[in-house]
Design a binder for this molecule. Structure first.
Ligand code: NAD
Length: 292
């Protein structure tokens, strides 16, 4: 079994980005600049945004964090986005999700100029992804492709089973794994909460991508020998073995399942760190104007 080490791979990518940033600056360009909007004070969102801001610093990017009150009007959030869209110094804009219930997430996603939509969630960028045109790939699926690619996991002709159909992970990764690309060229089965006889399907997977958010859902009896597993799930559970009293679990019962795998990502340290690295990569792409 080979562990797909997302922490190490993400660090390699960040080093590569830092080198590129140094040469851009040496050639007279400005620092790539990522702006993030955080609405409210949700603990998990705070953690994710501060990790993104810290990562910007590590690779030599500039970052701007705009904090808005939980009760901010949708119209005020839209005005803030418009202002950033028109700021020529900014290369990337992300609005940390989820947003409070009174704000229409889809409206916000569509308000971001596709040219600086480095989360890759705008319908225009999702369409470009589906058509295999240059775009910003959504960061988590892009991180999965990068891991598969860097570890030379053979994907062409394989049966890839995806569990979960969210807009940010399950749906886009199912499209990407089916595209005529490397990694890609899989025969893809997309499964979700209404799928029947899930185990019959997962047992036929050569590559299993799990993104449903239920800890240790995939057990040894659900996979075949030699499977490659990408575990996207992150669930925080109580633990009396850690100092903090919490630990993170993936969607796969790692200890048993790993023995049947050719490759597997750990949680934490698998897909999670890759997501931030790919956001940085998208921001660099925007600064270099290689997409638009
Ligand atoms: P989500 O929470 O929006 O949706 C869950 C999906 O799972 C749905 O499409 C649903 O149909 C499917 N599902 C639920 N129960 C099922 C069942 N019994 N059988 C089959 N399918 C079932 O999904 P999400 O936002 O993609 O998040 C999934 C997990 O991935 C969460 O734990 C989340 O925290 C994690 N996540 C991690 C990263 C990362 O960077 N590592 C990024 C995004 C999400």
């Amino acid at each position: 079994m080979i562990l797909l080490d997302g922490r190490k791979t993400a660090n390699d990518i960040k080093e590569e980005i830092a080198v590129e940033v140094s040469s851009l600056i040496a050639a007279g360009s400005k620092k790539p600049h990522l702006a993030a909007i955080l609405v409210g004070t949700d603990g998990a969102s705070e953690t994710y945004v501060s990790a993104k801001v810290r990562a910007c610093k590590e690779v030599g990017f500039r970052s701007t964090l705009v904090r808005l009150d939980n009760k901010v009007l949708e119209s005020d959030l839209l005005s803030e986005i418009e202002e950033i869209n028109n700021n020529k110094d900014i290369d990337g804009l992300i609005v940390q999700l989820p947003l409070p219930d009174h704000i229409d997430e889809m409206k916000i996603t569509q308000a971001i100029d596709p040219i600086i939509d480095v989360d890759g969630f705008h319908p225009q960028n999702i369409g470009r992804m589906a058509l295999n045109l240059p775009t910003y790939l959504p960061a988590t699926p892009a991180g999965i492709l990068e891991l598969l690619g860097r570890y030379n996991v053979e994907t062409a002709g394989k049966h890839c089973v995806v569990i979960g159909r969210s807009h940010i992970v399950g749906s886009p990764i199912s499209i990407l794994m089916a595209r005529n690309n490397n990694p890609g060229n899989c025969t893809v089965t997309l499964t979700h909460s209404r799928t029947q006889n899930l185990k019959d399907i997962t047992k036929t997977a050569d590559i299993l991508i799990v993104a449903l958010g239920k800890s240790e859902f995939i057990t040894t009896d659900m996979v075949k020998d030699g499977v490659c597993i990408i575990d996207v799930g992150i669930t925080r559970v109580r633990s009396n073995t850690t100092k903090s009293g919490w630990k993170l679990l993936g969607d796969v019962a790692f200890e048993g399942v790993k023995n049947k795998c050719s490759f597997i990502t750990p949680v934490p340290g698998g897909v999670g760190p890759m997501t931030i690295a790919m956001l940085l990569k998208n921001t660099l792409k925007s600064a270099k104007r290689v997409v638009y």
